[in-house]
Design a protein around this ligand. Structure first.
Ligand code: PEP
Length: 248
């Protein structure tokens, strides 16, 4: 049985002091031993949030990282820095970074490899635009993102990572994919992992759905056979996040 993983993506919200206050607000609401709970927070919030969640069930993630080790890369943050600060997870290839920072599948692959090399668990995002869905190329597009993103990743490593399926048209829009749409793609991702590796790896890898997940739709989405968790944006910044973590 795969353990569910609910991760909040705080995006560019919360100053360090606001972040600490949110951790205090959510502390008792997000307790659930059956679920891995992760806050993926802005880089400047990492150190205070790691401190704020000490002794709780919450793990801390970053929203991005560099694929370089170190050196003259002004403004970037390395995997080693994240690891040293107490980060366990890192979102890689979020659609907002693909769009605004022009990240390619190849860049994302380098980040996945670098995260693994440094003992961080990547949450590798994939997802189609509305146009691609209307063109009927969703599954081809997602398979390409997954296959390129995982180049050079071994089966044992792949089994430990997290893939987040996030249809772009559902992110921050209040329009959630239907349960059938979300399950169809998450299942296809698992089949793609079985193609690349084997069924054992496919059974182990955790696949999240993301896109306007909230306290009302989480239970139905999380009841699907191939949906092992959620990547949550807007609803991660309020008490609702506790309801998503305790969706049952
Ligand atoms: C996200 O950005 O990963 C996301 C899913 O956002 P939202 O929940 O706000 O749609």
């Amino acid at each position: 049985m795969r353990k569910k993983i609910i991760a909040g993506n705080w995006k560019m919200n919360k100053t360090p002091s606001e972040a600490v206050a949110l951790c205090a607000e959510l502390k008792d609401l997000v307790v659930n031993d059956e679920v891995d709970v992760v806050y993926c927070v802005p880089a400047i919030d990492i150190v205070p949030v790691v401190e704020a969640v000490k002794g709780t069930n919450v793990m801390v993630g970053a929203e991005d990282m560099s694929f370089e080790d170190k050196g003259a890369f002004t403004g970037q943050i390395s995997a080693a820095m994240l690891k040293d600060a107490g980060v366990k997870f890192v979102i890689v290839g979020h659609s907002e970074r693909r769009e605004y920072n022009h990240e390619t599948n190849e860049d994302i692959n380098k980040k996945v490899l670098k995260a693994i090399e440094n003992g961080l668990t990547p949450i590798m995002c994939c997802g189609e635009s509305l146009t691609q869905r209307e063109q009927g190329i969703t599954l081809d597009w997602i398979r390409q993102q997954v296959k390129v993103g995982l180049q050079g990743v071994s089966a044992a490593e792949a089994a430990e990572i997290v893939i987040a399926y996030e249809p772009i048209w559902a992110i921050g829009t209040g329009v959630t994919a239907t349960t059938e749409q979300a399950e169809e793609v998450c299942k296809a991702i698992r089949e793609c992992i079985a193609d690349i590796y084997d069924t054992d790896t496919a059974e182990k890898i955790r696949i999240q759905y993301g896109g306007s997940m909230n306290a009302s739709n989480a239970a139905e989405l999380l009841a699907q056979a191939d949906i092992d968790g959620g990547l949550v944006g807007g609803a991660a910044l309020k008490a609702d996040f506790g309801k998503i973590v305790n969706y049952k």
